[in-house]
Design a protein around this ligand. Structure first.
Ligand SMILES: [Zn+2]
Length: 464
């Protein structure tokens, strides 16, 4: 015959989950270090004790009362319960203390005592840090949002894309509207926009394995393999549709087929060595291919959308900087919305350079007023800025042909000499070159841009 001695104190961070309730059946085990608990003993008869254990651990009472009430079985049930609590966000350190313990006791001869020295040895301390508890109020959302972005597994950048898409979903709704259902198709389209722009236009790498890009990049490269127009909204609708379908299948997919990694993984937070899912933003349904935002999460994302987008961009940038160490202006690039690329007017540079040279930089034809383009020699989509040292005047034809490619060496040398020639004459040019110089003059820095731009896959084109 066995009895159970149970000491429960499921508390942490000042929050009491369970109660210190009861100790043992007849007399306390002869462990002197535990004597302090003796006063708290509550006597139970066997049945009520078992029921109480069952209730505290949310176990089926049959397990305790039924025929399987073998101590080893009970211990394994308790283990299962403990791992369940872990998944729910409680951190449980085995044997770290005895605030929560279950002992098997024997009273076969009326003499209670410890059975086989260590009893069944199920002891654990349960502590619950604030971030690990699924929040019951919206107060937990900001810290959970940050935890999602800054902690946890990051082999690629999907979680940033998902965070951004959810923020946009909430922001796009009209005042008073509160549609909480986010179809995976909506997310697939957003993902396509972000990654198409970053992969095809900006050539940003999204993970550390250049030969094994994330699935979405492979899909985009396969479907948009022949160069791309500068704006997402001008893409061929049939191909956009095809890409969305593939993303839906291979990036969102279904948890059962182990393809759906983005949505379930997003809410996983790493705490110590544990990784757990905190469903504070949404619940999801792979069968219906949608997720449902929690109302307070919706309000949080919508009310703070501008600030939260900045947070997402910052964290996304930080990761991409490690993957793309020499790619300039990453934060600005990420902040840009693929369909609303704002570019400043370059008219002032036309006025600046025209008095010195009124020929096309590439074909040397005379520039006709009204048909004079200002061209970024190192493509704008790489350098992402208007620097006088990188700007030249070109005819419309050459400018269009060049698009976002680099010119061959002869024009590169021509640019360097142009910059030397007018360094002292054009103030804005001088300023932009001085800004580059870091102790060894501007020329090596300009060379650097050229080499690195090539490394990121911007091709060379024969001009004129
Ligand atoms: Zn030309």
């Amino acid at each position: 015959m066995f009895r159970w001695a149970v000491l429960t104190s499921l508390s942490g961070q000042g929050m009491k989950i369970g109660e210190i309730e009861l100790l043992h059946g007849r007399s306390y085990p002869g462990d002197e270090s535990q004597n302090s608990f003796r006063e708290q003993s509550v006597w139970h008869n066997k049945r009520s004790l078992d029921l109480h254990v069952a209730e505290l651990l949310k176990l089926d009472p049959d397990i305790l009362l039924g025929s399987q009430r073998q101590s080893s079985d009970f211990a394994s049930k308790v283990s299962a319960q403990v791992s369940f609590l872990r998944k729910k966000g409680h951190i449980i350190d085995w044997n770290a203390g005895s605030r929560f313990g279950i002992w098997r006791m024997t009273d076969a001869d009326g003499q209670s005592g410890i059975d086989a020295g260590t009893l069944e040895g199920v002891t654990a301390t349960v502590t619950v840090p604030p971030a690990a508890v699924p929040p019951t109020t919206s107060a937990g959302l900001p810290s959970n949002f940050l935890s999602i972005l800054t902690h946890g597994v990051k082999d690629n950048t999907y979680k940033f894309a998902l965070a951004r898409a959810l923020i946009e979903f909430c922001r796009e709704q009209r005042r008073g509207e509160r549609n909480l259902k986010v179809p995976y198709t909506y997310l697939a389209e957003k993902f396509l926009r972000y990654y198409w722009f970053q992969a095809c236009i900006l050539r940003i790498r999204q993970n550390f394995k250049p030969n094994m890009p994330p699935r979405i990049i492979t899909i985009i490269n396969e479907i948009f393999d022949d160069g791309a127009p500068g704006s997402f909204d001008r893409l061929d609708p049939a191909r956009v549709q095809k890409a969305k379908q593939k993303i839906l299948k291979n990036v969102f997919g279904h948890a059962r087929s182990k393809t759906s990694l983005v949505v379930p993984r997003f809410q996983k937070i790493r705490v110590g060595r544990e990784s757990m899912e905190v469903q504070s933003f949404y619940e999801y349904d792979d069968d219906r291919q949608l997720l449902v935002l929690k109302p307070d999460a919706f309000d949080f994302l919508r009310d703070n959308h501008a600030m939260l987008t900045k947070v997402v961009i910052l964290e996304w940038t930080k990761l991409l900087e490690r993957i793309n160490p020499s790619l300039p202006k990453l934060a600005a690039k990420l902040e840009t919305n693929a369909s609303a690329v704002k570019r400043r007017s370059l008219a002032e540079y036309r006025k600046l350079f025209l008095p010195y040279d009124n020929h096309c930089f590439y074909c040397r034809s005379i520039l006709e007023p009204g048909f004079i383009d200002v061209d970024h020699v190192i493509p704008w989509s790489y350098i992402y800025d208007d620097n006088a040292w990188n700007l030249v005047l070109a005819c419309n034809e050459c400018n269009c042909k060049k698009s976002d490619s680099l010119p061959y060496d002869e024009f590169w040398n021509a640019l360097i000499s142009r910059n030397y020639r007018h360094y002292g004459e054009i103030k804005k040019l001088k300023e932009s070159l001085d800004l580059l110089s870091r102790g060894r003059g501007w020329e090596p820095e300009v060379e650097n841009y050229y080499t690195q731009c090539l490394e990121y896959g911007f091709g060379k084109i024969r001009l004129p």
